[in-house]
Design a protein around this ligand. Structure first.
Ligand SMILES: *Cc1c(COP(=O)(O)O)cnc(C)c1O
Length: 384
């Protein structure tokens, strides 16, 4: 690696003021300590307590959605979102192959089948034009439901994912769902604080999921939430994620097989404190993108990935794109050896052993991006 790359490493170390820089670390201060201490001191650390409701209300308000249901992690949120959206065993669910494993796993938990679609270079998310051409070819509507002509299975839903916080082309994807009678379920795990045409991601789908894992823009330790404007679906999601217990003063009656997916109060306390800082975090993330843009331009054949048109991104993970002159692994080796923690994008789902037999379209852009996308340190930096 040449002098330009050495200077890049030096600039990052100067920016963070240290020699080893993690990919993404949580940021806490007295607020987190105060709220979590309150849980410990009062004993309300587990499945009952006021922080869960408060977190759900604060989150719904921040996002601009009617209801948020807090759960143990983002994967569980996706699982239940798909279930309440009506996805059933043996249905196919369209999803990008370029995503974190959770999207495909959640679909599999319902015994539904992931059906992989390609992304575009501009958004790193599902390519609507390519999807539409593909559906014209392989699918047909039968009595108001979409079927895969090759497998004879119903195609029930589309799950776009907002990669690294950058919103997908939601107008176009929405139109496709309308035309082909698909339920839209957003995997908004990475995009808290990201907007498409002024509307928060996760508010386009009938139901959506978000994550508060330790590496996300805010964290509850582990956690997630189901988002929806549909009160009945929200109530059902709450019911399913809290063991499907029928409310009663003492009796244990459960009216279906539910899940113990409730977010503990102590995690919600952390979340309440984190959520208060969202405006700062977003500003810091966006400033960081500006800083990176300046230093990345000094390296030949490398570009910083910038928010797509009509969007305002949370820039959760900062992303560089290498041109074909580079070997991705050499760059990763170099940066990690220098103490600048860097990671490739995920191995595409269709290449993993569990999902190799799943239906898929041409995935050439996914495969290309797998060779040239790298995430670089993204922890927000506070001024002063
Ligand atoms: C983080 C993430 C999830 C959820 O992950 P959990 O670790 O279960 O909270 C889902 N999808 C994507 C794309 C993610 O990045």
């Amino acid at each position: 690696m040449n002098k330009q790359w050495m200077e890049f490493v030096e600039s990052i170390k100067r920016l963070y003021g240290k020699d080893f820089i993690a990919l993404h670390e949580p940021t806490f201060n007295e607020k987190e300590v105060e709220y979590v201490t309150d849980c410990v001191k009062t004993g309300w650390v587990s499945s009952v307590g006021s922080y869960v409701t408060r977190f759900e209300e604060d989150l719904a308000k921040f996002i601009g959605v009617k209801r948020a249901v807090a759960v143990v992690n983002g994967t569980a949120a996706l699982h239940i979102a798909l279930k309440v959206a009506g996805v059933e065993a043996n249905d196919e669910v369209l999803m990008p192959s370029l995503t974190f494993i959770a999207t495909a796993n959640a679909i599999s938990y319902i015994q539904a089948i992931p059906h992989f679609v390609d992304v575009n270079i501009e958004t790193l998310g599902v390519n609507p034009a390519k999807l539409e051409t593909y559906l014209e070819e392989v699918a047909e509507l039968r009595q108001g439901e979409l079927y895969n002509k090759q497998t004879n299975r119903r195609i029930k839903a589309l799950v776009p994912m907002h990669t690294f916080g950058h919103p997908c082309l939601m107008d176009e994807l929405d139109a496709i769902c309308e035309k082909y009678k698909l339920v839209l379920v957003e995997d908004a795990a990475e995009s808290l604080g990201s907007y498409y045409k002024g509307k928060h991601t996760g508010t386009f789908g009938k139901v959506s999921a978000i994550s508060f894992n330790g590496n996300k823009i805010i964290t509850t330790g582990g956690g997630g939430a189901i988002l929806t404007d549909d009160e009945a679906l929200a109530d059902y999601a709450k019911h399913l994620t809290t063991t499907a217990k029928v409310p009663h003063r003492w009796e244990f009656i459960h009216d279906e097989i539910g899940f113990n997916y409730r977010m503990p109060n102590i995690n919600a306390a952390l979340g309440c404190a984190q959520l208060e800082k969202m405006p700062e975090f977003i500003e810091q993330k966006r400033n960081l993108a500006g800083y990176y843009e300046n230093i990345v331009t000094n390296i030949d054949g490398v570009q910083l990935f910038k928010e797509p048109v009509n969007t305002r991104s949370n820039y959760w993970l900062q992303t560089i794109i290498l041109d074909e002159s580079y070997d991705r692994n050499e760059v990763l080796d170099f940066l990690n050896n220098q103490g600048v923690m860097s990671r490739p994008i995920w191995t595409p789902m269709h290449e993993l052993v569990m999902f190799q037999q799943c239906p898929k379209m041409d995935l050439s852009v996914t495969e290309l991006l797998n060779k040239n996308v790298i995430n670089i340190p993204s922890t927000p930096i506070s001024e002063g």
